[in-house]
Design a protein around this ligand. Structure first.
Ligand code: FES
Length: 131
């Protein structure tokens, strides 16, 4: 079972949900199912509005590494996928940090998903943590 923690400035606090292994759903679908407000306009890998930063948690080898062709193009155009990161993804099975939620297939792994809500806006605009 995948554990997915969403963190964004539009959320009052981080929200952790569980994905079913083998579901093959997208990260955006999982977010919608759990009322996580990740912006999405095209839902087809073309607009970049669903940009997220993914951090793999734990010691497992990352599974969701492969990018769709649309994801590669949209991330590259938005300056979120360098040639080096693409090469590392395709050849070394290392996941790039930025992904598109509508293209990312949730796998059986634990991840932190950070989103700002606006294309091109740096993801590290995290709200201060509540104590
Ligand atoms: S919603 Fe447009 S790229 Fe994901």
């Amino acid at each position: 079972m995948a554990t997915v923690t969403f963190s964004g400035i539009t959320l009052p606090k981080d929200i952790t949900v569980y994905g079913v292994a083998g579901d093959r759903g997208t990260l955006l679908a999982l977010a919608k199912k759990n009322n996580i407000p990740i912006p999405c306009q095209c839902q087809d890998g073309e607009c970049g509005s669903c940009l997220v930063k993914i951090t793999h948690l734990g010691n497992k080898t990352p599974l969701a590494v492969d990018l769709t062709e649309k994801e590669k193009l949209t991330l590259s155009v938005n300056g979120k996928l360098t040639r080096e990161a693409l090469h590392a993804s395709e050849n070394d099975h290392l996941p790039p940090p930025y992904r598109l939620a509508c293209q990312y297939i949730v796998r059986d792994e634990d991840i932190l998903v950070e989103f700002s809500g606006e294309p091109g806006v740096e993801i590290d605009l995290r709200r201060p943590k509540k104590k």
